[in-house]
Design a protein around this ligand. Structure first.
Ligand code: GDP
Length: 175
């Protein structure tokens, strides 16, 4: 079968508190935990069918940003694709999201890395600080897919993860 047991190494990037763990937990186990230990860096696996072809997800959730430079370099080297997350309720997290393409470039020396941009927490519309248009425009700059999600409501979570696999496959099918 085509794509039999292809593994996709996906890395979650983004400022602390934007919902990377919550998104990962919702995607992997349909749970929205009210507490998690932020000191543990975790890898999760899940198998699912995307466009009639099996995908073995290997999702690495990451913590911290500037303080863990060596660690960041390590997971940026290992990732095949990245989900860059910010919270629509936190402008600073959006500004951080805008820096990741350059950080990835510094490690990989190419801009041709599959990415998906995610604005999470859209259930908190009343607290929105980042407009959909701003997200779209950053995604255009990144040349990647864009989703607004809610990990709390499990809204568009699969779309974001599946979208990244589609980006990886699209890149692989290019000459
Ligand atoms: P991380 O540091 O990026 O891994 O963020 P967490 O997944 O730990 O989430 C940080 C906080 O935001 C937690 O209190 C979560 O319950 C909350 N959270 C995460 N996603 C959402 C969401 O979509 N909506 C709302 N309302 N809260 C969320």
């Amino acid at each position: 079968a085509s794509g039999g047991s292809r593994e996709y190494k996906v890395v979650m990037l983004g400022a602390g508190g934007v919902g990377k763990s919550a998104m990962t937990m919702q995607f992997i186990s349909h749970q929205f935990p009210d507490y998690h230990d932020p000191t543990i860096g975790d890898a999760f696996k899940l198998k699912c069918l995307i466009d009639c072809s099996m995908a073995n997800f290997n999702v690495l959730n990451t913590y911290g940003t500037a303080e863990f430079t060596a660690m960041r370099e390590q997971y940026m080297r290992g990732g095949e694709g990245f989900i860059i997350c910010y919270s629509i309720t936190d402008r600073q997290s959006f500004q951080e999201a805008a820096k990741f393409k350059e950080l990835i470039f510094q490690v990989r020396h190419t801009y041709e890395i599959p990415l998906v941009l995610v604005g999470n927490k859209i259930d908190l519309e009343h607290f929105r600080q980042v407009s959909t248009e701003e997200g779209l425009s950053l995604a255009q700059e990144y040349n990647c897919a864009f989703f607004e999600t809610s990990a709390a409501l499990r809204f568009c979570i699969d779309d974001a993860f599946h979208g990244l696999v589609r980006e990886i496959r699209k890149k692989e099918s290019m000459p």
